[in-house]
Ligand binder design. Sequence first.
Ligand SMILES: Nc1ncnc2c1ncn2[C@@H]1O[C@H](COP(=O)(O)OP(=O)(O)OP(=O)(O)O)[C@@H](O)[C@H]1O
Ligand SMILES: [Mg+2]
Length: 367
Amino acid sequence: MSYLEIRNLQKKYTKNGPMIVNNMNLSIEKGEFIVFLGPSGCGKTTTIRMISGLEEVTGGDICIEGESILAKKPKERGVSMIFQSYAIWPHMTVFDNIAYPLKLQNVPREEIRRRVETAAAATDIQGLLKRYPAQMSGGQRQRVAVSRAIVVEPKLFLMDEPLSNLDAKLRVSMRTELKNIHNKLGATSIFVTHDQAEAMSLADRIVVMYKGNIEQIGTPMEVYQDSATRFVAEFIGTPPTNFFMTSIERTEEGVQAVGDGFCYQVPVGLTDTLLPYAGRKIEMGVRPEYIEISPGLDRTEGYLTDVDIRFVEPQGSHSILIAKVGATEIKIHTTKYMDIAAGSRVSLNVKEGRVMFFDCDTGKRVK
Ligand SMILES: Nc1ncnc2c1ncn2[C@@H]1O[C@H](COP(=O)(O)OP(=O)(O)OP(=O)(O)O)[C@@H](O)[C@H]1O
Ligand SMILES: [Mg+2]
């Protein structure tokens, strides 16, 4: 039994409306840091609002430690939520903002003082307890929201895009702090974001969502290296995966994936899986860093084609190269900085074992 079990969870806002969360199944272990990642409107907020009790479920069940929480009121669930907008009260001091949920629970005054001080120390705002929100920066207000969420010592910590109002630099330092607080409290956390880089750097496991469905659940490395669907391969990683439409052909030299402007010899290990697709279209995906360029026009077993580099975007530590294979624009992420000029002719070779194939109808990974 996992700590949090979500079983066949469904949500419709109106009787005849669309299914917003579609039969979601997910098990979360105690102490895990889970990130819900997906584009706007995919159902992330709806899902965590159902867990917190702010939204009713249409079907399915949510259990904590084996016990359904659906009949419990939000404050009985042992769950704390941080909202995107912080939702801290402008007319209350920092102390009163953090103390608020404890006052609601009629916790004795002396204990409130002690717990507020501990929560404020955890986010490093112990010196600001007498201030009002208007007298603080966005990052400091964010910390107040975090302190208020942890002061109730939640079993489960839900965070809905808590960093989206912060500037890029503060976002990065606050996310490290949130992870720190999570570790310190030994809490179980669900963190919502549509920022894939944020998800990758924070999560023990990422739940990739799209249109109310879970596309994949996995560690950051799993969803990146071993994407289960075309959507995941495209959504995770910058620049995103390059996709090529190909048809699988059986030739004298073996099985080939033939596309506009290239012909890729399918490695022997993949031929059995791909042969059923012979004569049909299939989509091939290669991440930008797994395409190697050879200015000397050397070809390896993963040879794709020769191209002219159209643009070079130096990034300091490496370069992003842009080229066209047939009509498809592709991006290549060099592993180190390469002094290569636009207009150079190069060979493209795909690193061994780094090609993904996706079924065109279902978007699911074939191999
Ligand atoms: N109260 C509501 N009534 C009707 N439809 C709603 C309601 N709340 C959300 N929706 C719809 O449900 C879908 C999912 O919304 P949700 O807020 O869960 O998305 P999200 O993944 O959190 O998106 P974002 O990244 O933009 O916050 C959207 O299509 C949205 O319009
Ligand atoms: Mg949302």
